[in-house]
Design a protein. Structure first.
Length: 414
């Protein structure tokens, strides 16, 4: 989470303010584009102080936990390393004369900007491995007994798809068809890029050609594979986790409402037991099923970092039976990209066409289904609103700006 840390020394307060506290990286880590991170360092002084330099450093670190231990003596449990670092000198004071290094009482501001490559690793917040970024602003002071003034601010780097790109949208749809002597099946995953804690729609059709065809079970699972590497010590670890997604709602895709189909409870039963034996004699299954993904407390987002590789696979297993004894398994797997849950508002809203095509789905009891709202997402939104309120506050006109660029001309001179 983006966080602000102020260091107070008497009446002096140093802080870092950002125009946008989040850097949105493109989903393709090989994209050569550059992102700009702008802000300003400010300090409030009640009395003059002597300084030599005002600097700011942007740092990215990777931290991994190895319970089994790594290193020559296998005694190192926590390993941390710097993966990115950049320094900017906001103002430098010459040693002579000394008056050049005096900061007078009042509010001082130093604007800055960092040019960040899209190839930077996104923020990762896994239990065993983390990638995090932060900035530290420092006012270097003169004298042995004096202390430096410091302020720290965390920065969030989120990787997001380029939705306006038609090519990405084209590859978001995954379809699998199976043809048997007893019937045809079709699985259509409407999107393969989604945020944790949101819904993923899957259209499922089972059209029998003969009688006595039944659905025994349907399983929809997200498999998360986590690979941790530490090349410095030739250490590695692989972990696998399966997450069973829950059915949120279902909508018939038949235009004719008189066609008899399996009910919502029948579909729920096929997802919860192995021998549901849901007969398709009365009518086929042709539904749009909406599943709810696990939230970010359980499911990590996909990563592009080689040392902390997290990838996800959607697995759909269906078992049909014919005449009570013949079992027909259907397997379908596709890689999917799980985004950070904090991207859900800006990047997972339905299009206007989708809103018209699919009505609000209500279960058989007449109660509308509700999606899980991630606490981390709500906390992030509150912090974002607070940042916007801070930027909307009126600025002190007596502030002292430290900027080498010339001010714009007045309107009278134009």
């Amino acid at each position: 989470m983006p966080a602000i840390s102020h260091l107070l020394t008497g009446a002096k307060q140093l802080s870092i303010d950002l125009t946008e506290p989040v850097v949105f990286l493109k989903v393709d880590a090989n994209d050569p584009s550059t992102h700009v991170l702008r802000g300003e360092v400010s300090v409030v002084l009640t009395k003059p102080i002597t300084a030599t330099q005002v600097t700011i450093r942007f740092t990215g670190k990777c931290s991994m936990v190895w319970p089994e231990g790594v290193g020559t003596k296998i005694s190192k449990i926590l390993h941390e390393k710097v993966i990115y670092e950049e320094d900017l000198i906001l103002q430098s004071f010459p040693e002579q004369p000394k008056s050049e290094g005096i900061l007078n009482p009042g509010l001082h501001r130093w604007p800055f900007q960092f040019l960040l490559s899209n190839q930077l690793t996104e923020t990762i917040e896994d239990v065993r491995g983390k990638v995090f970024y932060y900035m530290i602003a420092t006012i270097h002071r003169v004298g042995v007994a004096t202390t430096k003034l410091r302020a720290r601010r965390d920065v969030l780097l989120l990787r997001t798809p380029d939705w306006p790109n038609d090519d990405n949208n084209t590859h978001s749809l995954m379809t699998s068809e199976h043809h048997f002597s007893i019937g045809d099946t079709s699985i259509n995953v409407e999107k393969t890029i989604c945020s944790s804690g949101t819904e993923i729609p899957i259209s499922l059709s089972i059209l029998p050609k003969v009688k006595h065809v039944s659905i025994e079970s349907i399983s929809v699972i997200i498999t998360e594979k986590r690979v941790y590497l530490l090349p410095e010590f030739k250490a590695s670890r692989v972990e696998l986790s399966d997450f069973k997604v829950t059915l949120s709602n279902a909508t018939s895709l038949f235009d004719d409402p008189t066609i008899v189909q399996p009910s919502f409870k029948d579909i729920q039963r096929s997802l919860s037991v192995k021998n549901a034996h849901i007969s398709l004699n009365e009518g086929p299954l042709h539904h749009r099923l909406v599943f709810l993904l696990p939230n970010c407390y359980h499911l990590n987002h996909s990563t592009t970092y080689s040392d902390i590789s997290i990838v996800h696979t959607l697995k759909i297993n269906i078992e049909l039976s014919y005449a009570g004894d013949t079992r027909i398994p259907i397997r379908f797997e596709t890689p999917i990209t799980i985004l950070d849950c904090r991207l859900r508002e800006d990047h997972t809203l339905p299009t206007y066409e989708e809103a018209l095509l699919y009505n609000t789905v209500v279960n058989e009891e007449g109660k509308p289904t509700e999606s899980f709202v991630c606490p981390r997402y709500l906390s992030y939104k509150k912090k974002g609103k607070g940042t916007q309120r801070d930027r909307a506050k009126p600025r002190n006109e007596t502030a002292l700006y430290h900027n080498n660029s010339l001010p714009p001309p007045s309107y009278d001179d134009l």
